[in-house]
Design a protein. Structure first.
Length: 237
């Protein structure tokens, strides 16, 4: 019996990014995944099409959880107003760059809504040499640590960090802090452009509350089977 046939439910800690060129392709992926996935990330590529927010509302209407990966970064007033508008959509997670003024503004903007504000620490495609080239004197881990402290002080609900810094985020943020880890790749998949990757089980054991896993699912011959295979690896962790 296949995993798809044997599985009873999806794992709500698994977030699948809809990083596809068109809303139609993204919608088709959600149909293919069916009840195997309950949490989706909508990001810049779909927002640029003009239909990303419409799809986000559509998914919420279907009872799915939605992560708005806007990575807001602007002056405080602009971020606060944008966060306020996005809070009214009923979506679940919103990303902003992990700079103190930006995070504080987003927290003010969400008000008393249930929207969770997550600070993006260091992109998982970056390694220490990349940060040196960008002018930073810190390692990726040191920069992530500093930004986690800023996120906690700003009142953020959590951070985006690689699996390699998940334990650090958990120790600083505490048990209820959201630690969302991109760069998750099962052993049976390619790492693609992720410089600081880990398997689903490794990320969860390190302290992640949620994992983001895209191409191993979206590029699979059978995306639903792949999602259930990853959920099976997460089971019991």
């Amino acid at each position: 019996m296949s995993l798809a046939a044997a599985a009873v439910r999806c794992d709500p800690r698994l977030i699948v990014p809809l990083d596809l060129p068109t809303v139609e392709e993204a919608r088709a992926l959600t149909v293919a995944l069916g009840d195997a996935v309950s949490f989706y990330k909508v990001g810049l590529e779909l927002f640029a099409t003009g239909g990303g927010m419409g799809l986000a509302r559509e998914l919420k209407g279907q009872g799915k959880q939605v992560f708005l990966d806007w990575k807001l970064h602007d002056i405080g007033t602009t971020v606060q107003r944008a966060a306020s508008v996005l809070a009214d959509t009923g979506c679940d997670f919103l990303t902003v760059h992990a700079e103190p003024q930006v995070m504080e503004a987003a927290v003010r903007g969400k008000g008393r809504s249930s929207l969770k504000i997550l600070g993006v620490t260091v992109l998982t495609s970056l390694a220490d040499p990349d940060l040196i080239e960008m002018g930073f004197q810190e390692t990726a881990r040191q920069l992530v640590e500093r930004r986690i402290h800023h996120a906690v002080k700003a009142g953020c609900d959590g951070v985006i960090a690689s699996p390699h810094e998940a334990a650090l985020a958990r120790s600083i943020g505490g048990k209820d802090f959201l630690v969302v880890t991109p760069g998750v790749r099962p052993d049976w998949s390619a790492k693609n452009d992720q410089a600081r990757a880990a398997t689903p089980a490794e990320a969860l054991k390190a302290g992640a509350s949620h994992i983001v896993c895209g191409r191993p699912i979206s590029a699979a011959n059978d995306p639903r089977e792949a999602a259930l295979r990853i959920a099976a690896e997460m089971f019991g962790v």
